[in-house]
Write a protein that binds this ligand. Structure first.
Ligand SMILES: Nc1nc2c(c(=O)[nH]1)N[C@H]1C(S)=C(S)[C@@H](COP(=O)(O)O)O[C@H]1N2
Ligand SMILES: [Mo]
Length: 360
């Protein structure tokens, strides 16, 4: 059933995105790392980045349905919010990260701006998501033996569609999330339901879910041909991006301003594959030292870390480098790609240390 003509389409974030917590990029909003509280493991929903490619549909959950269709389902059905609630509800703490997170470091590395929002590193967050597993939702329609691809579709103006192979759709932490951090999804984050494809670039985590099509053939949409592909400008057909990469950053503004003397600086490191094994840091190109990690350390989410530093007046840089529990390490830099995806290179965070004026 197509209810989309009755849906109001708004543009831009509906929640407040104040400038002490967010950097706006057109209709998108990046979390500012300088506003992150070391005590919060989860990203508060009020600070979570927003990336909506066309519109923000405002959906009435009581009239809303999700169609499950396509040549590889046993029966085409339409399911409601109560149908989703009647399935077993599971909860996972998982990162959601835009493939373009860190894009602006292509410009600083190569002197050439990659296409798209010039995100710093704040197009990432970790939340607690709950709802049924996608595989249980698909089972309501019955998945036929020829099934190959699963294509969730959004109810926004562009009908964002990013296909995934059946095997990814069936993973235990691929969800149809109804809640985020213990409350119903906010409009900006996909109310009434969004997909969460753990470990993958967030474009696959379709918001405002309206349809799920199961096919017997690969499916090509704008979001796995032109967009969200690793285009290295060599003219060969680029591969679609699937998994994210290991990264780390500091909970500091860019650039940061600190007072001289002993400092404890917090940061976060994350891996789409598993848990972070350790994080090293280097101040002013000095020796690499191990940072202290702070529990919890959930898989495909992040871990907090901290480092102690006796800051001296002047201009400094702090680098961090994470390794995950399968040995994936952040590289020194990342090959150029036209759309500036998957920037995972080690970043020199600028920190200036000055005697702060006495407010006295
Ligand atoms: N329907 C729909 N789903 C979508 C998008 C969109 O524009 N429309 N944007 C995607 C992209 S590119 C990202 S990075 C994440 C952002 O999720 P958030 O706004 O909840 O942080 O949603 C993904 N899901
Ligand atoms: Mo994204």
């Amino acid at each position: 059933m197509d209810t989309s003509d009755r849906i109001e389409q708004m543009v831009g974030p509906r929640k407040p995105v104040p400038s002490d917590r967010y950097q706006e990029h057109g209709q998108n909003a990046e979390m500012l790392w300088g506003s992150v509280e070391a005590r919060d493991y989860l990203t508060p929903t009020d600070s979570f980045f927003v990336r909506s490619q066309s519109t923000t549909p405002v959906i009435d959950a009581e009239r809303w349905q999700v169609a499950i269709d396509g040549p590889a389902v046993n029966r085409e059905i339409a399911i409601s919010y109560p149908d989703l609630l009647s399935l077993p509800q599971v909860e996972y703490v998982r990162a959601l990260e835009c493939a373009g997170n860190g894009r602006r470091f292509f410009e600083s590395t190569y002197g050439l701006e990659a296409e798209g929002n010039q995100w710093g590193l704040g197009a990432v967050g970790v939340a607690r998501w709950s709802g049924p597993r996608l595989r249980d939702v698909l089972e309501l329609a019955g998945v036929g033996p020829g099934a190959q691809f699963v294509v969730p579709e959004g109810l926004d103006a562009d009908r964002v569609r990013r296909p995934m192979p059946l095997s990814k759709a069936l993973e235990e932490d691929t969800l149809v999330a109804l809640t985020m951090n213990g409350e119903p999804l906010r409009v900006d984050h996909g109310f009434p339901a969004r997909v969460i494809v753990s470990g993958w670039a967030a474009v696959a985590s379709i918001k405002w879910l309206g349809r799920i099509t199961v096919t017997t053939e690969p499916v090509w949409t704008r979001w796995n041909t032109e967009l969200y592909v690793m285009d290295d400008d060599t003219g060969t057909t680029p591969d679609p991006i699937e998994e994210q990469v290991v990264k780390s950053t500091l909970e500091l503004a860019w650039e940061a301003n600190l007072s001289p003397g002993p400092q404890t600086i917090g940061g976060r490191a994350w891996s789409p594959h598993g848990c972070v094994a350790h994080v090293d840091y280097s101040i002013d190109d000095g020796p690499w030292r191990r940072a202290q990690m702070v529990e919890p350390n959930f898989k495909r989410a992040w871990v907090r870390f901290r480092l102690k530093w006796n800051a001296t007046p002047g201009a400094h840089t702090i680098r961090t480098r994470a390794v995950d529990d399968s040995g994936n390490t952040q590289p020194e830099d990342v090959a150029w790609n036209r759309h500036g995806y998957l920037y995972a290179g080690v970043i020199a965070h600028p920190v200036s240390v000055t005697v702060q004026p006495d407010p006295g």
